[in-house]
Design a protein around this ligand. Sequence first.
Ligand SMILES: [Fe+2]
Ligand SMILES: [Fe+2]
Length: 172
Amino acid sequence: MIGKKMQEAFNNQIAAEFFSAHLYLAMAAYLQSIDLPGFAHWMRIQYQEEVVHGMKMFDFVIERDGRALVKAFDAPQAEWKGPLSVIEAVYEHEQKVTGLIYNLLDIAQSEKDHASVIFLQWFVNEQVEEEASAKQIVQQLKLIGDSRAGLFQLDRELGLRVFTPPAAGAGA
Ligand SMILES: [Fe+2]
Ligand SMILES: [Fe+2]
């Protein structure tokens, strides 16, 4: 059975993952409003991924005979200053989430909760990918600069992103 301290930490992280989902959905709406449907599509997939993250943790707490909670969180920001400011915000946000995952792992280690340590490995790897993909788009946008043709091309590329749900199961 999961310990109280670990359970509370997971319940807070579940809320953080769903907050991330809402933040990315708000970004999708903003990007659509400035006529970047490919960016908006990419952000909708970010949204879906965050829902998966939250649900993975929700299921893990239940599987460990714990009590999963659905907590409130604030509404996300609604407006940004163009695509670069959005993707920079994604990159910053993901770095913050990486810190949260590391804190969770620290708790799991200090509680000697080996199941949680192993479970969290997936999230550690996921954060490496999340940060790298946001960083890559930030760099592409900086290269593009003021080129409308470049932005149009990148929007088309981002519109091709496909959502691949991770394998089911706690540690998958
Ligand atoms: Fe996440
Ligand atoms: Fe994320």
